[in-house]
Design a protein around this ligand. Structure first.
Ligand code: CDP
Ligand code: CDP
Length: 226
């Protein structure tokens, strides 16, 4: 019988992780978990309820009374915070610019890591984020570290934003991406870094389908070996 695998996809902002992870999950009929959406949802709640974004203890208290749910939706999964849909709200620029501060707090990471492991326990999973291969699912059978040049990532985010009616100039986007990557890579707890056993995938000049095919081949190969 073919084994259901854990697939961890990490990398910097706008490398294409979530777009590709969703398609890979659907190809193998695995669960898809967008861990960035969870950090964004916690950030949104802290902003809405005036919890200081760097107050680890207050954020931990807030999380004891916080539900985050994913539900199927078209074209993307819907995200719910305490029963309210927040799919679009968590993508707004003010959340994007604050999320790295919240994500640096150890209490938040511990809480969300536990939730992510519970989701992964359900079966075959594709999970994307920053610390999946290094911290959340260190035994994942497939680990991908996805990168692309910062110019390409800013272009991709610009096009993506245009479809959502957000019109941040491209040079501002590039700066925001670099600032967020720096914060995510230099924080003390589970920083963004390539796991020793991850496959490095540079997607700068690859289409979404080409990346999906490459990762699918790696999964198929792993399934044959196990
Ligand atoms: O999609 P985008 O690249 O904008 O980022 P995201 O995946 O939605 O993640 C938003 C932020 O959450 C990241 O910049 C990190 O600060 C944080 N994050 C994290 O710390 N650990 C994860 N596993 C996922 C996201
Ligand atoms: O999740 P992450 O922040 O890494 O990136 P994403 O939100 O999946 O991708 C950002 C944008 O890049 C999306 O609009 C994708 O359609 C696009 N993309 C692309 O043009 N080429 C790729 N190989 C991967 C993603």
């Amino acid at each position: 019988m073919k084994k259901e695998l854990q697939v961890a996809i990490d990398g910097p902002a706008s490398a294409g992780k979530s777009t590709v992870a969703k398609k890979v999950a659907s190809r193998f009929q695995y669960i898809y978990c967008d861990t960035g959406a969870m950090y964004r949802t916690v950030t949104l709640k802290a902003m809405q309820t005036n919890v200081a974004l760097d107050d680890a203890a207050a954020l931990a208290t807030m999380l004891t009374d916080t539900t985050i749910e994913f539900k199927p939706g078209t074209p993307e999964q819907l995200v719910f915070l305490d029963g309210e849909e927040v799919t679009m709200a968590i993508r707004q620029p003010d959340v994007t610019n604050n999320v790295s501060t919240v994500a640096a707090q150890g209490t938040v990471r511990e809480d969300l890591t536990n939730r992510q492991r519970e989701i992964a326990a359900a079966g075959g999973i594709v999970m994307d984020g920053r610390d999946i291969g290094t911290s959340v699912l260190p035994d994942a059978e497939v680990k991908i570290f996805m990168i692309a040049s910062v110019e390409e990532r800013a272009q991709r985010r610009f096009k993506d934003n245009a479809q959502k009616g957000i019109s941040t100039p491209i040079d501002v986007l590039r700066q925001e991406i670099e600032t967020r990557d720096h914060k995510d890579s230099t924080r003390a707890i589970s920083p963004l870094t390539q796991a020793a056993d991850a496959v490095l995938l540079d997607t700068t000049s690859l289409s979404i389908d080409q990346v999906v095919d490459k990762i699918s081949e790696i999964i198929e190969q792993k399934r044959r070996e196990l």
